[in-house]
Design a protein around this ligand. Structure first.
Ligand code: SAH
Ligand code: SF4
Length: 368
């Protein structure tokens, strides 16, 4: 039965070496396999011509190489492509391909749904469904590179559905495959893990893999952040800033962190809050990415108006922060994470949104 076989798609080079050692094969087989799969896009052991017949049939009896499936593709006029990806469990996640001048960025999901319920996030509104396995995470990059005629991905951001640091081991394993020279060979600058601030895992991250870090801050005071990013009650801002400093210290001042700040009309976009944000970040080496709130059905929030956005940005720039404003892309394909799954759910059932989202993504108590 195929479900008893191990899925080698999500194995890093080290894990593959352990796998081959366990079955009595030389370690260099791991290098051969990882190249076939992640450089050439080959999933059929029979096509791996430097494996002898005996090894090919052994591998077939022990293992599979199985990516998730692309269920739907939505293309926006400006070139952003949003994919709805179906996992083996039936859960749906999203990934988005974002073409830029010199980059082709892939935004990937680490969980189906999310338990953290940030008030401005469509994924949070769906609740938690499941952690993705390493093969389901790296499988998204594999699909983006090998199952379409699109250009190869140059950058990966963990900014799709879910909180990557609450699915730590599979996220690390897949980031290692992304970095591996014999696989995708992406440098640490080209891989960004975005987190709402899970401090124990931020403290572990640099011990496991060297990648770029983005912090979804969204508010400079605990009072406000408790409200819009509820995990702040567990890991408040002062603790989060200490973790950021430990990350920066580990790299001896040679790094900076990206601070993400979604601008929501009348909630967190005042000039006063911009000044507080500048003060809070004065000792942190960072650049700030302002993201106008992307509205979705069922949310009462509105995107900040352009004047407030400009004032907010100016305050930060005047204090010397490199501050970018994310161009809202992919609106036509429901750009922000979690919105496509929600939309499909709605059109399928057309009843109460949250129930239908959970139905579609395979929420167990409803689907069984
Ligand atoms: N859970 C992680 C990564 C996924 S969310 C995190 O929170 O960082 C990726 C980014 O999208 C976060 O910065 C998040 O705040 C932002 N985001 C979520 N919903 C959004 C919306 N409706 N409009 C704009 N940005 C949003
Ligand atoms: Fe989860 Fe991130 Fe959405 Fe918050 S913003 S609910 S942490 S996916």
């Amino acid at each position: 039965m195929s479900e008893k076989k191990v899925n080698l798609l999500g194995f890093s080079l080290q894990s593959l070496e352990d796998f081959f050692a366990k079955i009595g094969e030389p370690r260099f087989r791991a290098k051969q396999l990882i190249k076939w799969v992640h450089q050439k896009g080959i999933l059929d052991f029979e096509e791996m011509s430097d494996f002898n017949k005996h090894l090919r049939s052994r591998l077939k009896s022990l293992a599979i190489l199985l990516p998730p499936k692309i269920e739907e593709i939505h293309t926006s006029p400006e070139g952003t492509i949003k994919y709805l990806v179906k996992l083996e469990s039936g859960s749906m996640v999203e990934m988005v391909r974002i073409p830029e001048k010199k980059r082709m960025t892939l935004c990937i999901s680490s969980q189906a749904g999310c338990a953290l319920q940030c008030t401005f996030c469509a994924t949070g509104a769906q609740g938690f469904e499941k952690n993705l396995t390493a093969d389901e995470i790296i499988g998204q990059l594999w699909l983006a590179n090998f199952s379409s005629n699109q250009p190869l991905i140059t950058n990966v951001v963990f900014m799709g559905m879910g909180e990557p640091l609450l699915n730590f081991i599979p996220v690390i394993e897949s980031a290692k495959i992304m970095k591996e020279q014999l696989a995708y060979g992406l440098s640490r600058k080209r891989i960004t893990i975005s987190t709402s601030g899970i401090t124990p895992q931020i403290d572990q991250l640099f011990n496991e893999v060297d990648v770029s870090l983005a912090i979804s801050l969204h508010a400079p005071t605990n009072e406000l952040r408790d409200e819009i990013v509820p995990i702040n009650k567990k890991y408040p801002i002062s603790i989060l800033m200490k973790s950021c400093n430990r990350y920066l210290d580990f790299y001896e001042g040679k790094r900076s962190i990206t601070i993400e700040y979604v601008l929501i009309d009348g909630v967190n976009d005042s000039e006063e809050l911009a000044k507080k944000l500048a003060k809070l970040l004065s000792n942190i080496s960072c650049k700030i990415n302002l993201i106008p709130f992307n509205p979705f059905d069922g949310s009462n929030y509105k995107r900040s108006n352009n004047k407030n956005i400009e004032v907010f940005k100016k305050v930060l720039m005047n204090k010397g922060f490199i501050t970018t404003l994310r161009v809202t892309r992919g609106d036509a394909v429901d750009g922000a994470c979690g919105q496509l799954v929600g939309k499909l759910a709605k059109s399928v059932k057309g009843k109460k949104l949250i129930v239908n989202i959970r139905f579609l993504v395979g929420f167990k108590s409803l689907s069984s």
